[in-house]
Design a protein around this ligand. Structure first.
Ligand code: C2E
Ligand code: MG
Ligand code: MG
Length: 656
């Protein structure tokens, strides 16, 4: 046998080694019959023969070829057979896959193929049989065509989350047929991933499990729900807590367990009978259920004990304590209204024990903690909310005391506006930043970081923010009449909730008009993170305020994750380099680069750049060398009350 180089390469054997070897040695055993059949036909007819068969390499692997064999006679009369073959392995594989896919697609299970947005591209016969929708009615629609309305948004969000993370989701889902009937299906969705383009399609495969479901549902109801109140029982609650604890691992958000006990329930039961007691339990169940959000669980543990499970209470302990404390109070307050039991009013109070949880906790621990907290609430005189952790309890009490005092701070005129000087590279004042202080009767001067978050949470930021704006504008009006100060700008910090008020633009306009301040001297400082929350709305509000002549600075720049694309859209006038970068200048490579980049970005977007927290001459020098010509910080001056600031302003020799 002789072979050309291509053939030798395909066969994985050197050309000289092929000589004298029969071709059949290279034909896959199962395909040898085909070959002999064709070969005999060739001998009989002398006509060229074609077939597909597999050839084997010396290493045992095989590949598909399309082979043509022809018959010629050499000069000496010896018959010669010529084979021409080409590798068709890839084509055979594709054909196999298509065939398999076609069979798989026509199974008894419903199948849907969607694009990455969930828009249906193909359905099979079983899909139509199970859902009632013809292909033409389904194709082009999203899967929400089948939504039953029985699942929360969270359910679908978790499904997509899992699909994105693992490429697969499987579970039971309630869907709606075309005729309106709701049915249960076991659905499995798989992402089709292309190595180059990532996810290209989703394939859904489902079967109708309604019948099993109905039987199952009844069993489930008996096993997991309290017969008297229809609330989830202890078993189901434990499941849900387990899930909730797992969910905190992903979300990083705290959850809380509220143990609730009806004060003096035993007395009611003993004096008015079990019927009345049962009726109260039913009403309590309804009242508690009405108080919680979708997705929270209210359950009855037996007797007069109820447990509420709440999730997503914030990422920090502080936040979670504050929120859980407030929600606990809300539950307790829901019992101010008396119940009507068999025509008689009955005033009933509850005690609540709270235990916060996140990823590290076990269900048993949580039950113990919340139970202990409940015991303490009862011991402390009932009708109370108590946290498991004494430190948490103390923090909660401190916070609520602070909240009460902060409410009064405005009326008692305990708020002060301090001003911190901002200068240019010649050391000349160009403006000030207004910084809020709370002059507290016992605690002295409270810094804003200690009460602004609380003011934000409680909504007190609305009157407080307005007061700051009014005070700053009144100051601008006073300065406007003096040539030595009329050019100075005042920068006012605006918090997220304040900025998002529907009438914020109108407020600014009104304060400017009433005070007579020059709008060009007012600058509002917004933080990076709040601007990115809802870019479209932010731009709208900012643009409206800019039309009044007011300018904007981005505070704490560098601490968020703004992309250049966003920054370019925002109608900003100034970046403030955050103190955390300035403090490591010069010397820290990373922070030097960040400062440098911010200055460059500012220049690129034709914006002013100011550095805050400048404490040393070396920092100021570095900034100046790299093109930042405005500074604020202890090097120049601390934040000062207005009279001290004015001494500094009007005696230029006194400062830097
Ligand atoms: P901010 O707007 O980034 O203000 C700069 C903070 O850095 C101020 O802290 C200021 O006292 C401090 N600081 C200035 N120079 C230096 C320095 O050289 N070294 C150091 N270590 N610190 C310096 P303050 O006054 O405690 O204010 C903290 C934050 O509270 C402010 O950060 C601002 O976000 C907020 N805030 C202050 N006043 C108001 C207000 O009226 N409304 C709102 N919503 N927030 C305010
Ligand atoms: Mg600021
Ligand atoms: Mg700042």
């Amino acid at each position: 046998m002789e072979a050309n180089l291509t053939a030798a390469t395909l066969l994985g054997t050197a050309r000289n080694m092929l000589v004298k070897q029969p071709l059949t040695r290279f034909i896959f055993r199962e395909d040898q019959d085909i070959y002999y059949l064709k070969h005999n036909q060739l001998l009989a007819t002398c006509e060229a023969q074609e077939c597909n068969l597999r050839l084997v390499k010396p290493d045992g692997s095989f590949f598909w070829v399309h082979m043509t064999e022809i018959f010629t006679q050499a000069d000496d009369g010896v018959p010669v057979f010529r084979m021409v073959f080409s590798d068709i392995t890839e084509r055979m594989r594709t054909e196999d896959e298509l065939r398999i896919a076609a069979v798989a697609f026509s199974t008894q299970n419903g199948m849907v193929i969607t694009d990455t947005k969930g828009i249906i591209m193909r359905v099979n016969l079983a899909f139509t049989r199970l859902t009632g929708y013809m292909p033409a009615e389904a194709i082009g629609k999203t899967m929400s065509l089948l939504h039953s309305g029985r699942h929360s948004l969270l359910f679908y969000q978790r499904m997509w989350q899992k699909l994105n993370d693992d490429g697969h989701w499987q579970g039971e889902i309630w869907n709606r047929r075309k005729c309106g009937q709701i049915y249960a299906e076991m659905l499995s969705i798989t992402a089709v991933v292309s190595p180059e383009r990532g996810v290209t399609h989703y394939v859904g495969n489902f079967s109708d499990i309604t019948e099993n479901k109905e039987v199952e549902a009844e069993i489930h109801r008996l096993a997991y729900y309290d017969v008297l109140t229809s609330l989830p029982n202890r078993r189901l609650l434990q499941d849900r807590i387990g899930q909730a604890v797992t969910a905190t691992v992903r979300s990083g958000l705290f959850g809380a367990l509220f143990f609730i006990d009806i004060d003096h329930f035993k007395t009611l039961n003993d004096t008015r009978g079990h019927d009345t007691g049962d009726q109260l339990l039913i009403e309590v169940a309804q009242r508690l259920s009405a108080m919680v959000r979708d997705g929270d669980t209210v359950s009855r543990q037996g007797g007069d004990e109820f447990v509420v499970l709440m999730e997503n209470l914030g990422a920090s302990t502080h936040e979670a304590i504050a929120l859980a404390g407030r929600l606990g109070e809300k539950l307790r307050n829901a019992f101010e209204q008396p119940f009507t039991l068999k025509g008689n009013e009955y005033q009933c109070k509850i005690s609540i024990g709270v235990s916060l949880f996140n990823s590290g906790d076990t269900v048993e621990d949580l039950f113990k903690h919340a139970d202990l907290a409940l015991y303490q609430a009862k011991n402390a005189g009932r009708n109370l909310v108590r946290f498991f952790d004494p430190a948490m309890q103390a923090e909660l009490e401190q916070r609520s005391a602070l909240e009460i005092e902060l409410r009064k701070a405005l009326q008692r005129q305990q708020l002060r506006l301090y001003y911190q000087l901002q200068v240019n590279s010649n050391g000349c004042p160009i403006g000030v930043e207004a910084l809020l202080r709370w002059q507290h009767a016992q605690h002295g001067l409270v810094p804003p970081d200690d009460f602004i978050p609380l003011a934000e949470e409680t909504g007190l930021i609305f009157p407080i923010g307005l007061w700051v704006l009014e005070t700053a504008c009144a100051q601008l009006a006073v300065w406007g009449d003096d040539v030595r100060t009329c050019e100075l700008q005042i920068a006012v910090n605006v918090s997220a909730r304040q900025f998002r008020q529907a009438d914020f633009v109108a407020q600014v306009q009104q304060v400017l008009a009433v005070s007579g301040a020059n709008p060009a001297r007012l600058k509002l400082e917004l933080t990076e993170s709040m601007m990115l929350k809802d870019v479209a709305n932010t731009i709208e509000t900012m643009t409206a305020i800019k039309r009044l002549g007011v300018s904007f600075a981005m505070d704490d720049f560098g601490t968020g994750y703004s992309s250049l694309a966003y920054l370019a859209q925002l109608p900003l006038d100034q970046f403030k380099i955050d103190r955390s970068f300035v403090c490591n200048l010069p010397g820290n490579q990373n922070d030097e680069t960040i400062a440098h980049t911010i200055i460059g970005m500012g220049r690129g977007l034709s914006m002013d750049v100011i550095a805050e927290g400048v404490e040393t001459e070396a920092q100021r020098h570095f900034l100046e060398k790299h093109g930042c010509y405005a500074y604020q910080g202890y090097l120049i001056s601390r934040p000062l009350p207005i009279d001290e600031l004015e001494i500094l302003l009007l005696n230029p020799a006194g400062h830097h």
